[in-house]
Design a protein around this ligand. Sequence first.
Ligand SMILES: Cc1ncc(C[n+]2csc(CCOP(=O)(O)OP(=O)(O)O)c2C)c(N)n1
Length: 550
Amino acid sequence: MTERVADQIVSALEAHDVERLYCVPGESYLALLDALRDSRITTIACRHESGAGFMAVAEAKLTGRVGVFAVSRGPGATNGSIAVHVAQQDAVPVVVLIGQVSREERGRGALQEIDYTLFLGTMTKAVYEVNDAGKIGETMVRAFHLAAQGVPGPVAVVLPEDLLGDAATASLPAPYPVHRPHASPDDAEAVMVRLERSRRPVLLAGAAMRSARGSTALKHFAAAHCVPVALTWKNQDVFDNSSPLYAGHVGLGTPPAHRKALADADLIIACGTRLGDIASQNYTFPRAPEPEQPLIHIYPDAGPIGAVFRTDLGIIADPAVLLDDLAGRPSTTGPEREAWAARLGAFIDDFMEFETREPVDGIDFGEVVMAIAAQAPADAIVITDAGNFSTWVHRHWRLSPDNTMLGAIGGAMGFGVPAAVAAGLAAPDRMAIVVVGDGGMLMTGQEIATAVATGAAPKIFLSNNHSYATIRTHQEKQFPNRISGTKLTNPDFTAWARSFGVHTVTIQMGDDVAAKVTEALAHPGACVVEVHSSLEAISAFTTITKLRGG
Ligand SMILES: Cc1ncc(C[n+]2csc(CCOP(=O)(O)OP(=O)(O)O)c2C)c(N)n1
């Protein structure tokens, strides 16, 4: 049988070791669905394109391989675009396949036609619209390579409906390997010189350290030179949070006291982070454009180095390989550095201590997070949607590289439940635990249906506080006592979740929280735990009373 363009796309996916393609089907790519039917790729039909896209992002974060999702033209693509944006913000390699109107209709404003170069041009590394059957193979290989090389990100491949059934006229090239540059011996020596001079260094580790190799190199380097390690937003699993060298997780909501503790550093080593606004705490650590301390910036791509900060030493290299090398060199530590590490460590220990505020309007969600942390398997995949409920995870749960944290650095609500479904599929032997709010739950919570359909077994902990509480926090700071647009009227979440066919647990005031968590974690299948949580205890950092000056 002649190989169709659709068949060659599927061969390209197989050649790049894609195991799952997440999608919502559309009439614009029927031939592709047909070709997938006979492939070894599992096609996961989702309930919304944002869910499909978030699943692809989560799978890529978890496996380190390129995540793939497919959406129909027009409305399918617009629904899925939130995940394209997250892939860009989070630097995650994703290929999105998008249907397109047929070539003869293109440019006439046909039904569901969009110019994807204009629509997705600023969110992707590239948009490839393929109009020639002979170019599909090379385009697919280019898309996968571009998504993963340098700063990873999303690449869109746009597929006219009538192209998919055409005969593929060229053979599929082999996948092109991703090269990571290695630091030169001079670079390593230059780091050593600065490290020897430093009495109070801090290493800030980011997403490019997310691998077994990265976290092992980091552990060895930190121990060898007694360097405290702070982790960037949602990369809390890259370094052991129980280590005396752990200098905390920084990002949205990092309190001034934590910033102040770090600010005494006399050297910043930014490692595997793009040093965006969240990682640098709004350009204060390091300070932009002139940092207060010498800055060493190590990243596998030249783009982020020197882009915002005056960088003392910029190194374009795989940070894991360089840290490995540095770990093996003579230790640069001394009594002053040890005292500095102990001081930061004592601050973090104190900061991570949990104490309930004993609210009377519902459960302190922190109590639930602490119970989960105490009972979860050591290799649990910990997933956060975007919202205040995650503050307790970041402040109090001591994660380690045995865990994997999945969260949208870009702050998109709705990431949590789909990511937990994808984690359940990609790592069925590990427990996927997600925390989500009543806001995010009704954005993409319907993907529980996808969990049921595929046998994924996430444990979903829902903080139901009848509020978009993150926004309420900002509102109370800026406009105290003037609630507007942040109250939520909710369904009976327990009944709603049960209607999907999953196990449900409800936690309310007076319940034995630890016992309820045990029940949820012991259940072998998917489980939704509705927590009637306090709004007064609005986050791990503050209460409504405090926000109002009380
Ligand atoms: C898709 C999307 N829409 C809006 C926002 C702005 N936003 C950030 S957090 C938040 C509220 C989250 O509410 P909820 O899920 O109930 O969690 P809570 O903060 O109450 O714990 C909103 C609206 C966002 N980040 N993403």
